[in-house]
Every structure is written in C-alpha cells, then in structure tokens.
Design a protein around this ligand. Structure first.
Ligand SMILES: [Zn+2]
Length: 70
C-alpha cells in the first residue's frame, strides 16, 4: 500500500489518449492497493489501484483540471 502523487503533464492529444475524469469526490477504484492523488492540488484521483493498471491513461483532475499520469 502506497500513496503517490501523479506527474503533471501538458494537456494531451485527446485523439490518442484516454482520459479519466472521475466525478468529484468519487475516485476511480482499481484492483490494487495504491492511491494516486493529483500532483497539483492533492485530491484523490484513483484508489485501490496498481500502477500498471493506470499507466496507459491520462488522468484529468476533477478539482483543478490538471492533466497528469501515474
Ligand atoms: Zn488537482
């Protein structure tokens, strides 16, 4: 179990990237045991995740609209 901050990136090419934009206060849940929080504002983006599981995704923070990856 570990907590990670996501790495901020520039807004992605949305034709090629998959963006997860979780509803406010309802983070995505995966099948692992790690938590990922926004690298900018710190809100929780993904819980119970494995890094591999979300490595292909670009995450969009519902709170500050920052784009990041795990
Ligand atoms: Zn944020």
């Amino acid at each position: 179990m570990a907590n990670y901050e996501t790495h901020l990136i520039d807004p992605p090419d949305t034709k090629r990237s998959v963006i997860l934009a979780p509803p406010k206060l309802t983070p995505h849940r995966g099948t692992g045991s790690d938590t990922f929080s926004c690298g900018q504002c710190g809100c929780i983006l993904v819980t119970n995740a494995r890094r591999e599981e979300f490595s292909a995704f670009v995450l969009k923070c519902p709170q500050c609209d920052a784009f990041s990856h795990v």
